[in-house]
Design a protein around this ligand. Structure first.
Ligand SMILES: Cc1ncc(COP(=O)(O)OP(=O)(O)O)c(N)n1
Ligand SMILES: Cc1ncsc1CCOP(=O)(O)O
Ligand SMILES: [Mg+2]
Length: 308
């Protein structure tokens, strides 16, 4: 165990000062630390990588994923180097990059979806089309199926004959029925959705992720794009994990660079440039548009800042 401890200490020391570390929240200091299964681990590097990740504030599932990646990286790169960080698809055993060879891949979307407005109703979708935003999502939350269908129908009509691409959040069946461009699903949504039906209908699929474990899981489905967040704190949604920060976003973007990527969560005009520099082709925002004095001008300004 002391060898594993020593390797883990070297990894933590090498990465202590970069933005990959997230302080462990005070409320969880009294709970027992997550257990890494020594028996199931392949080698010392897997255990050390996972232990280091826990100390750097990664959640248990991400620490386990990182442990396996540390093991593969150490074997593939011919030795242990604590200053490295796993960031290549082969470290995480991701699918081969050639999506057109994968019969289960979802339909392709542009690699760079650009500014992506996540909007609460069809009127906002119309405003975004008028502002010529490249990508928009209808994120209308309701229990009322007839209202949902109406909102989706109006949104699909709004983007017709425009260059704006429309994703529908959650309501995949209604999105298929209305002929939308694509659907966006979270990790829980995808467990209950009929992914085969979405693929067969030719809709694009975007998936939410919140860390390494969900990224590698999402990769198994070869979605059209992968969203990563929350980058910064947001009050619009209760997030399952702490804000990831720019350091982790940059690593995720490097690892998944063969996918169209979307960054989301708490991004505004002050941070959008740094977020775009991570290499993601798209930045999704809600409040930076809906709470702007002039939403149309905000769309233009945010796009300029992304490209600057
Ligand atoms: C682009 C984009 N990324 C993430 C989400 C969040 O989706 P989900 O986790 O399913 O949460 P809800 O939006 O359904 O509350 C999103 N909608 N869009
Ligand atoms: C829907 C959603 N999913 C992850 S963060 C988020 C909300 C982002 O809103 P904002 O851009 O206002 O922080
Ligand atoms: Mg959802």
């Amino acid at each position: 165990m002391s060898l594993i401890r020593d390797l883990a200490d070297q990894i933590v020391a090498a990465h202590r000062n970069n933005d990959l570390c997230i302080p462990i929240p005070v409320f969880s200091l009294n709970t027992p630390p997550p257990q890494i299964d020594n028996e199931a681990a392949v080698d010392h590097y897997e255990l050390a990588g996972a232990l280091a990740a826990i100390e750097m504030g990664f959640i248990e599932s991400d620490a386990k994923t990182l442990g396996k990646a540390w093991s593969r990286m150490t074997l593939q790169d011919g030795g242990f180097n604590p200053f490295k960080w796993p960031n290549r698809p082969e470290h995480f055993d991701l699918l081969p990059w050639t999506r057109n060879m994968n019969p289960n891949a979802f339909k392709e979307c542009p690699k760079r979806l650009g500014l992506y407005g996540v909007m609460p109703d069809a009127d906002w979708v119309k405003r975004m089309v008028d502002a010529e935003i490249p990508t928009v999502q209808l994120r209308f939350k309701s229990e009322d199926k007839s209202k949902i269908r109406k909102q989706i129908k109006e949104s699909v009509a709004a983007v017709k004959d425009s260059k704006t691409l429309l994703f529908i959040n959650d309501y995949w069946q209604e999105a298929i029925d209305a002929g939308a461009y694509g659907v966006h699903l979270g990790q829980e949504d995808m467990e209950v959705a009929d992914l085969d039906e979405i693929r067969a209908a030719g809709l694009r699929l975007g998936l939410s992720t919140h860390g390494y474990a969900e990224l590698t899981y999402a990769d198994r489905f070869c979605p059209s794009y992968i969203a990563m967040g929350a980058v910064f704190p947001t009050n619009l949604k209760k997030m399952p994990t702490a804000p990831q920060g720019l350091g982790r976003l940059y690593q995720y973007a490097k690892l998944m660079s063969h996918y169209p990527l979307v960054a989301i969560g708490g991004i505004d005009q002050d941070s959008i440039h740094a977020v775009a520099k991570s290499g993601v082709g798209s930045v999704a925002v809600v409040r930076a548009i809906t709470q702007a004095k002039d939403p149309k001008a905000a769309v233009k300004h945010l796009q300029e800042l992304m490209q600057a």
